[in-house]
Design a protein around this ligand. Structure first.
Ligand SMILES: *[C@@H]1O[C@H](CO)[C@@H](O)[C@H](O)[C@H]1NC(C)=O
Ligand SMILES: *[C@@H]1O[C@H](CO)[C@@H](O)[C@H](O)[C@H]1NC(C)=O
Length: 254
């Protein structure tokens, strides 16, 4: 970093290219003091393709900015900007927001913004600016909707024994994914077997149905199941794993 001189506007630009230039993250800090104000770290994802896209960033707990400005534009038309609709931490509009992103591990306050009506297969740039009394700092990041698809986790995982050593695992699609007919989901199951010895973990699927029968499980063993959801054609990534459900396969008297 260059030495910063008080009362002189200093601009530092940091360019980070990831994966064949697809995701370009650019941070720009404009500051008037020795310590540049913290730049928001912005994360964007589409919890329902194609019409529910959100970005989020944590608010610094020490000296938070006075406010945020969030705008986005198409990469090809940088001059036409639109407002990303700000959602304050803990506000009622957080019904748009997945349970997974709100149950963040830290106690940080998370801001969100909602980007309505994005076009398919179009590059976008979002600019989230934190405004402080002494200056401002912007985070720019670019994305294409198809690359940032990440459903919320499936819910309501149920496991029930069928017969002696078989199990039926069932789940419900994430409620926030609201175009299930046009853009179906596929699912993976993570199962861990706990018995004596080290736990054994296996990834099963993908399955296009919302239930699967598993056969030949070991009696007396404890199994833990989790499910994730991914867009059927493979856009983006699998959701976070659902919360775990466990079952012990009963021993039968032979
Ligand atoms: C997305 O589209 C679905 C179906 O077309 C609609 O029910 C839903 O309200 C839309 N969601 C948003 C956030 O626009
Ligand atoms: C980002 O937004 C801020 C606040 O609206 C603006 O001052 C700045 O010029 C924008 N940066 C770019 C690169 O568009």
């Amino acid at each position: 970093m260059p030495v910063m001189v008080d009362s002189v506007w200093v601009t530092a630009t940091l360019l980070m290219c990831v994966l064949g230039g697809q995701a370009v993250d650019q941070l720009r800090v404009t500051a008037t003091s020795r310590n540049p104000p913290p730049t928001p770290t912005v994360h964007c994802w589409s919890a329902s393709y194609p019409n529910l896209t959100l970005c989020s960033w944590p608010e610094p707990s020490l000296s938070p900015p006075t406010h945020y400005v969030a705008t986005y534009s198409e990469r090809q038309r940088p001059k036409i900007t639109q407002q990303c609709h700000l959602i304050q931490p803990g506000s009622p509009s957080s019904h748009l927001i997945s349970a997974s992103s709100t149950s963040s591990t830290s106690s940080e306050r998370l801001w969100h913004c909602h980007l309505p009506n994005l076009k398919l297969l179009t590059g976008y740039i979002i600019n989230v600016t934190a405004v402080y009394s002494g200056g401002s700092s912007s985070h720019l990041s670019s994305f294409m909707l198809e690359d940032i698809v990440k459903p919320d986790p499936p819910t309501d995982i149920r496991v029930s024994p069928i017969g002696v050593r078989n199990l039926l695992v069932e789940w419900s699609p994430p409620q926030s994914w609201n175009n299930l007919d046009i853009f179906p989901l596929k699912y993976q199951i993570l199962y861990q077997r706990k018995s004596r010895g080290p736990p054994k973990s296996l990834n099963l699927g993908p399955y296009e149905s919302i239930k699967v029968e598993l056969k030949g499980l070991t009696q007396g063993c404890n199994y833990v199941f989790q499910v994730c959801a991914k867009e059927l054609l493979g856009l983006g990534e699998c959701s976070d794993w659902s919360s775990p459900v466990q079952i012990t396969i009963p021993r039968t008297k032979s």
